[in-house]
Design a protein around this ligand. Structure first.
Ligand code: SF4
Length: 179
């Protein structure tokens, strides 16, 4: 069961989006120097489609994206919630997943997300805003559009990692502008 501890509306976690960021507990990654140890605990309340829907109604017209912060103990449940948002007829709401895993878990369809962050937290490398970070933020694109976006306007890498019908385009550099 996915549990959330809290949520906030943030502006920097997903470039270009006003994001409802939901902090999920029960993190199994055990990163040395973890910036949020409380998220490793089994605490919080169950995150259900109804809870998400309630928040989106409350903040309708304000948020453009929902970001699941964590959930690595149950990636399929994160993917199911993201899929549900699309089924609820909210195509204007983008979905993002901040995972601490080094790579996309087997069986996860990247196409249910618009953005995916991968990589454990390594204190010596810093987070996404550090140029030395080991973490990466990807925008999920349909593979057939790749040829048309080789010179991505948002600074994304022209290289992408293919996952079936989708590619992950590395847009981490967007965090480093003006720094
Ligand atoms: S993924 Fe985040 S919450 Fe989990 S152990 Fe690493 S730093 Fe802590």
């Amino acid at each position: 069961m996915l549990k959330y501890v809290n949520y906030d509306i943030v502006f920097q976690e997903v470039p270009g989006e006003v994001t409802l960021a939901v902090n999920l507990s029960g993190c199994p990654n055990g990163c040395p120097g973890c910036h949020s140890p409380y998220l490793q605990q089994d605490v919080g309340q169950e995150l259900t489609p109804a809870v998400l829907e309630g928040w989106l109604h409350r903040y309708a017209g304000e948020v453009t994206c929902v970001c699941f912060m964590g959930g690595d103990a149950a990636p399929q449940e994160v993917a199911a919630l993201a899929t549900g948002l699309r089924r609820e007829g909210m195509p204007e709401i983008k979905t993002a997943w901040y995972s601490g895993r080094p790579s996309l878990p087997d069986g996860i369809d990247p196409g249910v997300f618009d953005f995916i962050k991968l990589g454990p937290y390594e204190e010596r490398c810093g987070g996404l805003r550090s140029r030395t970070t080991n973490q990466r933020l990807y925008r999920v694109e349909r593979a057939e559009t790749e040829r048309n976006t080789a010179s991505s306007a948002d600074g994304g890498s022209s290289e992408g990692t293919a996952f079936g019908a989708f590619r992950l385009r590395d847009i981490t550099a967007r965090f480093w502008r003006d720094r």
